[in-house]
Design a protein around this ligand. Structure first.
Ligand SMILES: Nc1ncnc2c1ncn2[C@@H]1O[C@H](COP(=O)(O)OP(=O)(O)O)[C@@H](O)[C@H]1O
Ligand SMILES: [Mg+2]
Length: 244
């Protein structure tokens, strides 16, 4: 049975109006993204990667074209409905971690679960996901007591705690060294393989691209290439490569 289509974009354009200058960020992008994909959007700086992720994540709306995400027509949703879709169905990981500085790692995860309406189970769920991402011992630390790599793992824990079907990550490894980038990617792949969570990354980091099963290349707001590929190495259920 073919995998379900989670994102269907048809001839999407996006124009930013800044004063009297119009920037054409996307010039007709069509792409289907399927459940279970682990895909990368690559391309030079300014090619439209973040713009496309923001549209898929219902953070912004396209200027023209059709975009359906999780069976919802994004352009037909109110601001409130888009916020609901983001909160309940989509996990976000940003380049700059975006953790709440006064909350501990566990509280950062619990906070989002609370917004999502998770009740008494919150603490257990937060602990479980932090454990799974190797952060069990660090759960009571605040972001400034964690390394960049650890903070980004907390951000991933927060993004996936409520098991969204779709996780969007905008340059998630941009501030990480090689080892931390690799740890983060293995964990995301393990989540992808264990739970079938769909991941879409924007990046120009070859370390990330090496793990992708599909790579869409944007050039100047258009899809220049769309390739299926063999990802780097298989990971087992603990997120460790099988050769290890
Ligand atoms: N909020 C904005 N206002 C005006 N122009 C923008 C805005 N965001 C992005 N752009 C422009 O749109 C184009 C695509 O940007 P972006 O999607 O951020 O590319 P990438 O993530 O690939 O670097 C660039 O020319 C950028 O300057
Ligand atoms: Mg960007």
């Amino acid at each position: 049975m073919p995998a379900e289509t989670l994102v269907a974009a048809r001839d999407i354009t996006k124009v930013y109006n800044t004063g009297h200058i119009n920037v054409q960020a996307l010039r007709g992008v069509s792409v289907d993204i399927h459940e279970g994909d682990f895909m990368n959007i690559v391309g030079p700086s300014g090619s439209g990667k973040t713009t496309l992720l923001n549209l898929i994540g219902a953070l912004d709306v396209a200027t023209s074209g059709e975009l359906s995400v999780l069976d919802k027509d994004i352009s037909a949703l109110s601001k409130r409905q888009r916020a609901d879709l983001r909160l309940h169905s989509i996990g976000f990981v940003f380049q700059a971690y975006n953790l709440v500085p006064v909350l501990t790692a566990r509280e950062n995860v619990e906070f989002v679960l609370e917004l999502q309406g998770v009740g008494a189970e919150r603490r257990r769920r937060a602990h479980a996901i932090l454990d799974q991402l190797g952060l069990g011992d660090l759960a009571d630390r605040r972001p400034n007591e964690l390394s960049g790599g650890q903070q980004q793992r907390v951000a991933v824990a927060r993004a996936v705690a409520s098991r969204p079907r779709l996780v969007l990550a905008d340059e998630p490894t941009a501030n990480l060294d090689g080892e931390n980038a690799e740890i983060l990617l293995r964990m995301m792949r393990a989540l992808n393989e264990e739970h079938g969570t769909t991941f879409i990354f924007s990046t120009h980091d070859p370390r990330v691209v090496a793990h992708a099963r599909r790579v869409v290349t944007l050039v100047d707001g258009r899809v220049a290439k769309d390739e299926e590929r063999e990802p780097l190495r298989p990971v087992n259920h603990r997120g460790i490569t099988q050769e290890d």
